[in-house]
Ligand binder design. Sequence first.
Ligand code: DX5
Ligand code: ZN
Length: 227
Amino acid sequence: MSDIGKVFISPSILNADFNELEKEITRIARVSDYLHLDIMDNKFVPNFTFTFDRASQIISFSELPVDAHLMVDDPDIQAPRYAQAGCDSVTFHIEAAKNAKDIIKNIRSNGSKVGVAIKPRTKLSDVLHLIDEIDLLLIMTVEPGFGGQKFMEDQMGKVKEARDQINRKPDTKPLLQVDGGISLETIGMAAKSGANCFVAGSAVFKSSDPAEMVLKLRKLASENFKF
Ligand code: DX5
Ligand code: ZN
């Protein structure tokens, strides 16, 4: 089957029960595409999630390919380590990168796909020159740092422009991911704007039936993604 028109759901465990992560992941594994692993260092963002050792354990026991989102202030050093640990993809923030081209090369040479992320106040033009070299472009739809925040509708202009730029490329088409405030109320708008990969944290793990929620989100996303 062709991947055109396909959408991807990547539940974030930031709002899952950290003491029961294996169980939490199992609950959504069969219906999800990736597991979104938020790494925060309490420097790039005012919050801390996992040590590298704990993250490595999660990467090892996850039944889903891990989509790591590094919110750290030294991605030049950290990103290759997460690739070595076995992530399917490693996404770093352009705002924190000293040498983005080197990070991209080092993630790839350690066996992972590459993602680049921008915060709400960062311009799309800061990453457009990298679009041919990456597998995923993440446009944040909240200020990174915490789950459960309100979706920033004002980022949709950037998502539309990114979709336009991506679709002009003849072959390499990175996934266009949105992260923050994705729910049954907002996922349709994000898909309509051109996103095809959706991170959802609290919408999934605060729901009484996380797997059912993933299915509902996927249905709404695919109905609205027309690219
Ligand atoms: C926020 C994280 C998100 C977070 C999303 O900085 O990058 O991945 O888990 O959580 P929700 O879906 O609750 O906004
Ligand atoms: Zn994230």
